[in-house]
Structure formats: structure tokens, C-alpha cells
Design a protein around this ligand. Structure first.
Ligand code: CTP
Length: 400
């Protein structure tokens, strides 16, 4: 009867955040998912089973030995029906029980019997959340293969401030759909991103580089991965952490970056060139540390050679269907200069920004113009993670 729809078994446990589970049901249903609810006795003190029955049009399972369900071995049939078991909110108590295989009610017994992916969304008082026991139990669940959607920080129902608030409902729905393979407008899209600076050695201890932090490239990688893309970053040396699930190819110089990109580019659908590639490199790296008084001539006059322009090379070789996005950091005539780069580098879009006003390099946010052959769109200042999604929205539009 339900064979064409994925089934999420939603476990609701006894926390004040249980009322948010109703919104989770709605969010999943909107995405075409069938939701069945299993509750702990404590959860029924916060929201009644009737509420979930009305929302899901399904029986709501609570007691291990309730009469209502048609199946006498209810925990097994529930477990088998589920394509995914989502527990939201998950109390510290239920996390502890599931992590340790304790089965003393229908929800925990079903969790133990369920072989479908498990997604756990904890919610608790900050001290309970941060307690060593809970941290260990969440770690155990993760070790067993569960996905933990960590609680948010903020004002908690108990009056404390800190981590413990159920993660954002939309985020829970989004990640659940992603786990089910149902979402992500970039699913089955392969994205190659260059990020960070390159460093160009003068000798074994000195090099030329720039102020790029890699934040924009890494934010784009994270955003594309969240939307279901298969993401590779070819990255110069950066201090930012690689997003989980993203393949990182570390490089140092522009030439190393070009080689790594040239190998990966033919297989990608989207190439985003966010790296601040050094346009020039010292001609020939000295094989020894240049010494004052001995190598003065070489130290005082560093001869430079042109580096490959990676974006221009890839743009010139792009295949039908590939979309190429570049960046332009400009101090003046932002749009006109970006448009020149769009043409010269055969890009489909240039993300232009105005540098030199405390914006761009190393900052948390930016203001940009998205310049395409059809025109330009101004995007007001926003944080780089949000900006990344705006850039990806436009990139997807360009894919047609
Ligand atoms: N880029 C690249 N390889 C280079 C130089 C730049 O791939 N050797 C890419 C950057 O990743 C960025 C775009 O080209 O996407 C624009 O780089 P930018 O340094 O702003 O432009 P340049 O071409 O160097 O031009 P100019 O120095 O005149 O601004």
C-alpha cells in the first residue's frame, strides 16, 4: 500500500521539545515521506498520541503490550517497515538506553531491532547534554553508525543558556531526507572546487603567498555537500577544517594545483575556482637556504615567472554541460573587470567582489555581484555559508 513512499519511523521521547516533532512530521510529509510515530510513555505527557495520529493518519505506537496494533510483535514490524528511524527529540535517558542496548519500552526495543539508518536528535538541559555520560553515549551511537544531529546552543526551556536545544526543525528534515537519498538538488552532481592560497617557494624556508583563508571555497564545498553533491576540493594550505564527507586534495603551488585540477576537471559537472592562485612564482626554487652576505643578489632581486591560469585553462577546455565559475577580487570597476574575466577565462559566471574595504580575504562574510553573460545580480553582505548557497542556487540555474 505504501510501497512507493519511503517510511520514516519517528521516535518521540519525553522532552519539552516534543511539540516540535509535529513540525518534523509536516516537513517530512511535504517531501512525500510517510511518517509513523512511536512514542515513549513520557513523551505522551508532552504531546498526545492523538495529535500524531491526526497528523500522520497512522496508528501511534506507545506501549509494548498495547492491544491496538494488529501485529503482536509490534517492535519487529515497526522496525521492518522503517526506511529510517529518526528519534527527535531524543532525551539523555533514551540515548543512554539505545547506546547500551537496553530495551525496556517499545521505542528502545524497536531501536534495537531496527536495521535501518538511525538519526538521533538530542535535546536536553545544557548540563545533562554536556555531561560525560551523555557525551560518551552519543559517541557510542555515532560509533554504531547513527547520525547525530547535535543540539543547538541558545536559551533552554529550563532557563539555562547553552547547548541543548533541539536542532532546527528544517535542518532535521533536510538531513533526514538527505539520509534517505530523497533530497539535495545537487544529488548526482560532481563539484570540483579550488580553495585557499597557493604558496610559491623562493628557497626551502621562504615563499610568496597571499592572504586567502580558504573560507569561501570551503563554505562552498560544505554547502554543495549538504545539497547532496559529490565534492572535491583542491586546496592550498589553509587553517580551516575540511567539511565532513568532502574529498580534499592538498597542494602547495599553482602548478601542483593546476595538475590536480586538470586530472579531476573532466569528470566534474561544476568547477568553482575560488582559490587565490599566485599569478607569479619565483623563477627556480633555490635548493638551499639563501644566506645574507652570500646570496644577497638572489635575495634582493627575486625573478618571477608566470604561473598557469587554472581557471582560464579549464574554461578553454570545458565540455558541453560543464559549468565553470570563477571569482574576481577587484578594487575598482568591479563589474566591468569581472565581465572581462568572464570572457577571457571562458567562465559561465564570475563572482565579483570589491576588495580593499575590509571585505573578502579572511573575513566571515562578503558582498558580491554574480556576473553572467546575461547580466549581473547584486548580493548584499551576508555570511560566507549563506553566500555559498546563493552562489550554488545561481550555478544550478546556469546548468539549465
Ligand atoms: N585564477 C586561476 N589561476 C590563476 C589566477 C587566477 O585559476 N593563475 C582564478 C581564480 O581562482 C579566480 C579567477 O581566476 O577564480 C580570477 O582571479 P584574479 O586573480 O582575480 O584575476 P587575474 O586573472 O589574476 O587578473 P588580475 O590580476 O588582473 O585581477
Amino acid at each position: 500500500m505504501h510501497s512507493d513512499k519511503k517510511t520514516v519511523l519517528l521516535g518521540v521521547t519525553g522532552g519539552i521539545a516534543a511539540y516540535k516533532s509535529c513540525e518534523i512530521v509536516r516537513g517530512l510529509q511535504k517531501a512525500g515521506v510517510r511518517v509513523k510515530v512511536v512514542m515513549t510513555e513520557n513523551a505522551t505527557k508532552f504531546v498526545t498520541p492523538l495529535t500524531f495520529r491526526a497528523l500522520t493518519h497512522e496508528e501511534v505506537a506507545v506501549g509494548m503490550f498495547d492491544d491496538a496494533p494488529s501485529d503482536p510483535i509490534h517492535h519487529i514490524s515497526l522496525a521492518e517497515e522503517a526506511d529510517l528511524f529518526l528519534i527527535a527529540p531524543a532525551t539523555v535517558n533514551v540515548i543512554a538506553k539505545i547506546a547500551n542496548g537496553i530495551c525496556d519500552d517499545l521505542l528502545t526495543t524497536t531501536a534495537c531491532a531496527c536495521t535501518a539508518p538511525l538519526v538521533v536528535c538530542p535535546a536536553a538541559n545544557v548540563h545533562m547534554y554536556e555531561s560525560p555520560a551523555n557525551q560518551r553515549n552519543m559517541g557510542l551511537l555515532a560509533l554504531h553508525g547513527a547520525k547525530i544531529i547535535e543540539a543547538d546552543a541558545g536559551y533552554l526551556a529550563c532557563g539555562d543558556i547553552g547547548k541543548g536545544r533541539l536542532a532546527d526543525v528544517d535542518e532535521i528534515v533536510r538531513q533526514t531526507l538527505l539520509e534517505l537519498g530523497l533530497t539535495g538538488d545537487m544529488r548526482s552532481t560532481s563539484v570540483l572546487i579550488t580553495a585557499g592560497p597557493t604558496i610559491e617557494p623562493i628557497d626551502p624556508v621562504r615563499y610568496i603567498t597571499n592572504f586567502s583563508s580558504g573560507k569561501t571555497g570551503y563554505a562552498l564545498a560544505k554547502a554543495a555537500h549538504e545539497r547532496g553533491a559529490d565534492v572535491t576540493i583542491v586546496s592550498g594550505p589553509v587553517a580551516v577544517e575540511a567539511p565532513e564527507g568532502v574529498h580534499v586534495i592538498p597542494v602547495r603551488t599553482a602548478r601542483e594545483m593546476r595538475d590536480a585540477v586538470a586530472e579531476a576537471f573532466p569528470a566534474c559537472d561544476i568547477g568553482i575556482f575560488a582559490a587565490a592562485v599566485a599569478d607569479l612564482r619565483p623563477k627556480g626554487e633555490a635548493d638551499h637556504k639563501l644566506k645574507k652576505g652570500i646570496d644577497d643578489a638572489a635575495l634582493q632581486t627575486i625573478e618571477l615567472a608566470q604561473n598557469p591560469d587554472i581557471l582560464a585553462e579549464m574554461g578553454a577546455h570545458k565540455q558541453e554541460g560543464q559549468v565553470v565559475v570563477g571569482f574576481a577580487a577587484e578594487t575598482n570597476d568591479v563589474i566591468a573587470n569581472a565581465r572581462k574575466k568572464l570572457l577571457a577565462k571562458h567562465a559561465d559566471m564570475i563572482i565579483a567582489n570589491h576588495v580593499g574595504r575590509g571585505l573578502a580575504f579572511g573575513t566571515e562574510g562578503n558582498e558580491i555581484w554574480m556576473v553572467t553573460p546575461d547580466g549581473e545580480e547584486h548580493v548584499p553582505y551576508m555570511l560566507k555559508p549563506e553566500l555559498a548557497h546563493v552562489i550554488l542556487d545561481k550555478t544550478i540555474e546556469l546548468m539549465g
